[in-house]
Design a protein around this ligand. Structure first.
Ligand code: ZN
Length: 133
């Protein structure tokens, strides 16, 4: 499962409308994709920083995962996504190491990626995602 790089950092924001121009000026690069992921009840906006992306996450439902995160913790880093060859294989490998999973098999995320999450209770409090194109 050895990840090749950090594919993206997920950052929970209250409003894409407000945070996109902020990140565009901070990073000196334009947001290149905005996409709603209905399944996760979010709208996402992406920026490229070398091989890594910044994924801004805006909730579309207060009861969804980002809605609850914002309610509990406010805006901030939500998850780290590692690029792996095969997200489902990486999840199985993590499970065999005794790591609790949120997803047993990968599902479709933003940008057509196969994604799956480890449970933060098993990862020192960090929500970790594996993804592959
Ligand atoms: Zn992500």
């Amino acid at each position: 499962m050895k990840p090749s790089h950090i594919e993206h950092l997920g950052i929970a924001v209250k409003s894409l409308e407000e945070s996109i121009p902020y990140y565009e000026s901070l990073l000196g690069t334009k947001c290149y994709n905005i996409e709603e992921v209905k399944d996760q009840r979010v709208r996402t906006a992406f920026f490229r920083i070398g091989e890594t992306k910044i994924e801004l996450l805006e909730s579309t439902d207060p009861e969804g995962p980002i809605g609850k995160f914002l309610e509990k913790k406010g805006e901030g880093i939500h998850h780290i996504a590692f690029a792996v060859d095969n997200a489902t294989d990486a999840l199985s490998e993590a499970e065999s190491m005794g790591i609790a999973l949120i997803d047993k098999v990968s599902r479709k995320g933003a940008e057509g990626m196969n994604i799956g999450f480890l449970h933060p209770k098993s990862t020192h409090g960090v929500l970790i995602e594996f993804c592959n194109p």
